[in-house]
Design a protein around this ligand. Structure first.
Ligand SMILES: O=C(O)CCC(=O)C(=O)O
Length: 236
């Protein structure tokens, strides 16, 4: 099955956008995705959610299950490592990381940091696509399973949420709460790359059904894992 997103995905930038630096290296661009890009991403996410590795709630090592539902592209994430195959789901290899998402990531880095050189060098190879229903939450954590400290690009579609950005030292206060709405871009890199962050609340009913998502919130984070495939037989 061809799960490639629609060809209109990720066109040229639309209107001028506002840039808000919420912490050093953490830049919020409200309404960065056009309505058309949001619709196309929703369609693409539906296809990605179907497999080869279907969307699921991740099991945690201590037996808990995350309330967020996740499907991965490029590399599969399970606590607390990446692999090419989803050994905690169905053992299948995850879908490849789409070139058009990499292009979108480069445009995001360029717009967030106003730095074309950094953007040109940005090569994301993994995406976590998260779906939050109205009651889902994500606790304070760091994105630290990557070997690279390249920025994380985060895109939001559907219901708004409260996004919490803390410090790099611990999961407690001080933190900064920001509302992420449909179409918003957040890039966190540099001094904020390893900042603890969380989604403590979804605001049900705030999304626009014209995106194709009638309820809930989608979030895509693009990452550079810094990992390479081991050649066949390596390490034996
Ligand atoms: O949903 C979000 O905005 C954040 C997602 C996140 O923190 C993650 O996938 O690690």
């Amino acid at each position: 099955m061809n799960t490639d997103p629609a060809p209109t995905l990720f066109g040229p930038p639309h209107a001028a956008y506002e840039r808000r630096e919420i912490a050093p290296g953490a830049v919020h661009l409200p309404g960065w995705l056009t309505p058309g890009e949001q619709r196309d991403l929703v369609t693409a996410c539906r296809a990605w959610a179907a497999g080869p590795v279907p969307i699921r709630r991740t099991r945690l090592p201590r037996g808990g299950v995350m309330s967020v539902q996740t499907v991965c592209l490029g590399w599969h994430w399970q606590p607390y490592a990446y692999s090419r195959t989803a050994d905690d789901v169905n053992g299948r290899r995850v879908a490849p990381f789409p070139a058009r998402l990499a292009d979108l990531g480069r445009r995001a880095v360029a717009d967030a940091y106003q730095d074309e050189e950094q953007a040109a060098a940005y090569e994301p190879d993994a995406a976590l696509v998260n779906f939050y229903d109205g009651t889902a939450r994500l606790g304070m954590h760091q994105d630290k399973d990557e070997r690279s400290l390249a920025p994380v690009v985060s895109l939001s579609i559907g219901d708004s949420c409260v996004f919490r950005l803390g410090t790099t030292e611990h999961r407690n206060r001080p933190w900064h709460d920001v509302t992420l709405a449909s179409g918003d871009l957040l890039v966190f890199g540099g001094p904020s790359r390893l900042a603890y962050h969380a989604v403590p609340k979804i605001l049900p009913g705030t999304g626009d059904p014209a995106t194709g998502l009638t309820r809930g919130r989608l979030n895509l984070t693009l990452r550079v894992t810094g990992l390479t495939d081991e050649p066949e037989g390596a390490g034996r």
